[in-house]
Design a protein around this ligand. Structure first.
Ligand SMILES: *Cc1c(COP(=O)(O)O)cnc(C)c1O
Length: 396
């Protein structure tokens, strides 16, 4: 059996997204900046997509949407814009989380070198930051709070409306990296008082290499890519028209089917969590309820996540150990470490990210194989033997 359970790393395009993508390659090929008919037909299509994307997240105006090359670029642009814009007003303090994606963490490092002060908050043991902690970290010179909507590794969903309301009340800009959340959980940027939001198409059945930044009207964006005057001068470069068309269809589909997809995916997720729960010295990471519909992140003591992953792959199951961006290094995941998971448990972690295309049969197959493989590796591990003999302390 083949099981794709790595949808947090990337998803497959659906048939309708692929059709829209290919159609755009053929029928919207003019450069939207050209004055001739072919260019103008494409420009109109882009305007239409911008309005449809804005509507899907309940943005007030289409021009609050800037198309980007994906989530990383949107994250970079949001942070750099907030920091540069507010420095002029004497604000130089930024608040974020230690479990953010590297697109956020590395940009914050860069800003720190430019003289900004960064407070990185740690979440509670369930992966969720307390709103009080965010409030306590706020200072008179705080320029921006950037807190991810949902974590890509262990799926915990942050209290976004509460943090949004708090920031609005204090006059502090609020950005959220919603790459894992858009089209997976309900999002309303106005009701949630979000000033800026990053999104990426390939995490919701759209094409790779395209995404968008929502920035509320009145927020001054700085360019990450300098050049021509595309995207109202805020993002140079001829836009990725087929990518944007595909993304728009994927986003609308995701939002239209949100309730149904969530219900189906949550049932599969909880079936998998229940099926793994009888493995001794193993533990679910992240809040069991306030988590992404498809995310199952589990630590198994006494085994290496990478070994499990490779053996699962030999059995046709695609999953992930830690995030794809860190899986090439053997350092334990900064996310699990950042929420206080012991290093031994962080090393033995696996992430399954399901979606509505998965089936109960696939989930049962994952459960069977994980039991088999964890037992196998433990049976040949001298480390596990020491744990069992009581020569070492169990951490889970
Ligand atoms: C995937 C991801 C990103 C990066 O998006 P790209 O489009 O791949 O650049 C950023 N943040 C989170 C939370 C992600 O999951």
């Amino acid at each position: 059996m083949r099981v794709y359970a790595d949808n947090a790393a990337t998803t497959y395009m659906t048939k309708s997204v692929m059709d829209a993508f290919v159609d755009a390659l053929q029928n919207f090929n003019g450069n939207p900046n050209s004055l001739h008919t072919d260019g103008q037909v494409t420009q109109e299509k882009l305007d239409e997509c911008r309005a449809r994307v804005a509507k899907a997240i309940n943005a007030q105006y289409p021009d609050e949407i800037i198309f980007t090359s994906g989530g990383s670029e949107a994250d970079n642009q949001a942070l750099l814009s907030a920091a540069r814009g507010l420095k002029k007003k004497g604000k130089k303090h930024l608040i974020s989380l230690n479990i953010e994606h590297h697109a956020i963490l590395h940009t914050l490092k860069k800003l720190e070198k430019e003289g900004f002060e960064v407070t990185l908050l740690a979440p509670e043991a369930n992966g969720i930051v307390s709103v009080d902690k965010v409030r306590d970290a706020m200072r008179d010179d705080t320029a921006l709070v950037s807190i991810m909507f949902a974590n890509n590794e262990m799926g915990a969903i942050q209290p976004i409306p509460e943090i949004g309301a708090l920031c609005r009340e204090r006059g502090i800009l609020f950005h959220t990296d919603a790459v894992q959340a858009v089209a997976h959980v309900p999002i309303d940027v106005q009701a949630m008082k979000i000033d800026m939001l990053s999104s990426s198409a390939h995490k919701f059945h759209g094409p790779k290499g395209v995404g968008f930044l929502y920035a509320r009207r009145g927020i001054r964006l700085v360019n990450v890519i300098e050049g021509g005057a595309q995207e109202k001068g805020k993002r140079a470069g001829t836009v990725n028209v087929p990518g944007i068309v595909g993304m728009t269809v994927a986003l609308e589909e995701g939002v239209a089917n949100l309730d149904e997809n969530m219900k189906k995916t949550i049932a599969l997720r909880d079936r998998l969590i229940a099926g793994l729960s009888d493995i001794p010295h193993a533990k679910l990471n992240g809040d069991p309820i306030k988590r992404l519909p498809g995310n199952v992140n589990y630590s198994f003591e006494g085994v290496e996540g990478e070994s499990l992953l490779l053996k699962l792959d030999l059995n046709g199951i695609c999953c992930s150990s830690g995030s794809a961006c860190t899986s090439e290094s053997l350092d334990p995941s900064h996310v699990l470490m950042g929420m206080g998971v012991p290093v031994e448990a962080a090393h033995g972690s696996l992430r399954f990210s399901l979606n509505e295309e998965n089936t109960e049969e696939q989930v049962d197959y994952i459960i069977e194989k994980v039991h088999e493989i964890v037992n196998y590796y433990r049976s040949i591990s001298p480390f596990w033997e020491e744990l069992e003999k009581g020569e070492r302390e169990h951490v889970i």
